[in-house]
Design a protein around this ligand. Structure first.
Ligand code: 5GP
Length: 114
């Protein structure tokens, strides 16, 4: 039996997190190591390991995650400037293998990212 991901443990309240939003298909909480004044993670309840693993059936869910991410930025007062990031795979910096969208805002965000 595969072990639950870190984010499943947060969903199950086995690990504490500052939860910003939750519904039947996703949860959003503050990143433990924030890279900007707003750094939230939007995570589907469904434990898709990487965005490359998502299927056509997941498309409505992925769209919902984007909408929730934008809503979090808007409600935090950053509707005019925020960035959404998905790291796919270790080479892209993914460390938690449960799909998530980073929502970053509140400082000048450089381009290109590192
Ligand atoms: P990744 O590197 O996979 O794209 O992003 C994983 C994120 O999860 C990192 O930004 C990291 O700081 C965050 N993270 C790791 N462990 C925890 C934790 O226990 N709680 C919270 N809230 N965030 C975490």
């Amino acid at each position: 039996m595969s072990e639950n991901t870190l984010f499943q443990k947060i969903i199950a309240r086995e690990i504490p997190a500052a939860i910003l939003y939750e519904d039947e298909s996703c949860i959003a909480f503050t990143d433990i190591n924030p890279q900007a004044p707003l750094h939230a993670l939007v995570v589907p309840i469904k434990p898709i390991p990487k965005i490359i693993d998502a299927t056509a059936a997941d498309e409505p869910l992925l769209g919902h995650l984007m909408a929730v991410a934008a809503q979090i930025a808007r409600e935090a007062g950053y509707g005019d400037g925020f960035r959404l990031v998905i790291n796919n795979g270790a080479d892209a910096g993914q460390t938690v293998f449960h799909v998530h969208i980073h929502v970053l805002a509140g400082r000048l965000l450089q381009w290109p990212p590192g």
